[in-house]
Design a protein around this ligand. Structure first.
Ligand SMILES: [Zn+2]
Length: 617
């Protein structure tokens, strides 16, 4: 579509593009890759499928044909590892609470359950109630202050204080949130606890206080037992100790955000856990372009995950359909981009600069397991790995307005994460974009929901390229015919600018700490802001920073339609909160309650109109 991009690229950056092939010939070559990887034969590249083996073989062959060397001394491109499936209850599982001569033998599935985060084995320890189990700097709050939980089992409430407030003091989801079970487990481990009894908070428990399914939490990174216990059980214990019910203790904490932690004196938790897990052996596929000169001992990594959801493995958004989830965009596109870069670098002779390691990761969809494994057993030392470039979902480039209603030609959209992870990267990205003219969304953070996060956690600066989410995300409808091949190629060209820079620069490439990185500026679905509330509109102007949110479409029978909102209205305020752009729109919506009517102000032909909208889930 835009062959001139290549000329511009060469002129502006003198990138030695290895091939002089016509753009459409190159597009033909990447089409072949994505058609195979996201075709029937590869079966959605799920960990449970045989198709992922075929995809891995295809990638290794493509690396070999490109002229890149295998990463391993035995001549293999494969780094084998095992992904552990979600835990299921085996037998026996037992938990009893003992004080002196009295023992309360709890009944599995009625009084308690073991969670998939549990390690297996027997344990008997003392008990400490630690409120919500949170240690936080901002806001300052620590449930572990004044407690000694070393070698003990901790009792932890789910969620956070004031979780149901309009503006809860703690993030409820995301990297920075203390609410997820995994964050709480990590914090308990950091304080020396050896076992955990989770108990639902009032909001989560509702009337029936349901127990979690064992497979709710993934992975086993903790040796000790992790149980979920009914409130009634814990209530008895805390009442005996503090003459306060669990509900009264929660109320006290929530009221002034003062922790209320105490030892449950004399009590012991005796338990035995048996969790069974399916094992999925799988492979990262890794190739190398060795550099030359004084930087040859150092490494940069270019990566993309090639696994996906098979016939609907955990993570599917079409759980009722046992159909192939082709994963063309996610992440046949990034894998294809990786192979294209491999071919370009494979042809370069006597390349000066750092070693470039090309990694097709497996196990990403189930928890970044491939990149975590790479960082655990790196074929080239991480201390000398200076930079990581990740491509995940780069196949759905769309054109958007630079500024809403500016009347100017639309631009190709790209999201660039990690721009704050090393000094100078932000400017480099801006400079590079002069030749590409993307409508760019820059996000400084280096963590987030793809493999670059594993490298950033090891203090390696990262860049993550992404063309935005879409309605086919994690569904069987993410098919190769929907891929924008020219757009994909444009992302590959963009990625190469940074590969060139960071493989050659003699400036220090030092890690900078950033916050966040998980936000997706292209995602306006309710999923993005947790669950609901929803207004039932499709925003039409992702690009602008100011001016309001354009209503591109109104869902039939949805709250907006019922309220009389029309296509081409521009939403400028919700419940008195100004709506300038998608982000402020989402922020305003997340503060609303399902079923509670709010005033929404829209601009309609330059006139302000106020309507009452009742958001739904
Ligand atoms: Zn995915």
């Amino acid at each position: 579509m835009r062959p001139w991009v290549f000329c511009l690229l060469v002129a502006a950056f003198a990138v030695p593009l290895a091939t002089a092939a016509e753009p459409d010939v190159k597009l033909e070559r990447i089409k072949k890759d994505i058609d195979f990887l996201a075709g029937e034969e590869c079966q959605g590249r799920g960990l449970k499928t045989d198709g992922i083996r075929k995809a891995g073989d295809y990638i290794a062959t493509a690396f070999k044909d490109s002229g890149l060397k295998p990463a391993f001394k035995d001549g293999s491109y494969f780094q084998k590892f095992t992904v552990y499936g979600r835990g299921k209850l085996g037998t026996p599982n037992s938990l009893s609470l003992v004080r002196g001569d009295t023992a309360k033998e709890l009944t599995i599935k009625d009084d308690f359950t073991a969670t998939g985060a549990s390690g297996a084995g027997k344990k008997s320890t003392g008990l400490v109630f630690v409120g919500y189990g949170i240690t936080s700097q901002d806001p300052k709050y620590d449930d572990y202050t004044g407690t000694d939980v070393k070698g003990k089992t901790v009792v932890i409430l789910r969620r956070t204080p004031q979780a149901d407030d309009k503006k809860p003091p703690f993030e409820q989801t995301g990297d920075e949130s203390p609410a997820p079970l995994t964050s709480k487990i990590q914090n308990a481990v950091a304080h020396g606890a050896v076992g955990i009894l989770f108990v639902s908070d009032r909001g989560t428990a509702g009337k029936s206080d349901p127990l979690m399914e064992a497979d709710r939490t993934a992975g086993s990174f903790f040796d000790g037992p992790v149980f979920h216990v009914k409130r009634a059980v814990i209530d008895e214990l805390v009442k005996a100790e503090k003459e306060k019910s669990l509900a009264e203790i929660e109320e006290a904490i929530d009221k002034d955000m003062k922790p209320f932690s105490f030892e449950l004196k004399g009590w012991k938790a005796s338990s035995e856990v048996t969790i069974v897990r399916d094992l999925y052996p799988t492979r990262n596929v890794i190739a190398v372009s060795e550099g030359a000169g004084p930087l040859a001992d150092e490494t940069i990594v270019i990566g993309a995950h090639y696994d996906h959801l098979g016939f609907g493995e955990p993570g599917t958004l079409a759980p009722k359909e046992a159909k192939i989830h082709y994963g063309a965009d996610d992440n046949g596109s990034g894998t294809t981009g990786l192979l294209e870069l491999a071919r370009r670098y494979g042809k370069m002779k006597d390349r000066r600069g750092r070693r470039i390691v090309f990694v097709a990761f497996s196990g990403e969809e189930q928890g970044l397991f491939g990149s975590i494994h790479y960082c655990k057993e790196p074929p080239f030392p991480l201390e000398k790995t200076k930079f990581m470039i990740n491509m995940d979902m780069i196949g759905r480039m769309v054109e958007v307005e630079e500024k809403m209603g500016d009347g100017k030609p639309k631009k190709d959209r790209i999201v660039v994460y990690g721009t704050g992870t090393t000094a100078g990267l932000d400017k480099l990205v801006d400079d590079a974009n002069k030749a590409f003219d993307f409508k760019m969304f820059k996000i400084p953070g280096g963590s987030g929901p793809s493999d670059h996060a594993s490298f950033y956690a090891k203090k390696i600066p990262v860049l993550f390229l992404f063309t935005g989410t879409h309605k086919d995300y994690h569904k069987p409808t993410d098919t190769p015919d929907k891929i924008n091949l020219a757009g994909l190629m444009k992302v590959v060209d963009f990625a190469q600018v940074f590969a060139e820079h960071y493989s050659k620069t003699t400036d220090a490439v030092a890690y900078l700490k950033t916050k966040g990185g998980g936000a997706d500026p292209t995602d306006t679905s309710p999923r993005a802001s947790g669950k609901g509330p929803r207004m039932g509109i499709a925003p039409g102007n992702y690009g602008e920073v100011d001016g309001g949110v354009l209503v591109a479409a109104v869902s039939e029978g949805g709250p907006a339609e019922k309220a009389g909102i029309l296509e081409n209205d521009v939403i400028v305020s919700i419940a008195g909160l100004p709506v300038k752009n998608i982000e402020t729109y989402m922020a305003a919506m997340s503060g609303q309650k399902v079923g509670a009517a709010v005033d929404v102000v829209v601009l309609r032909k330059d006139k302000k109109v106020t309507v009452k909208v009742t958001p739904t889930n």
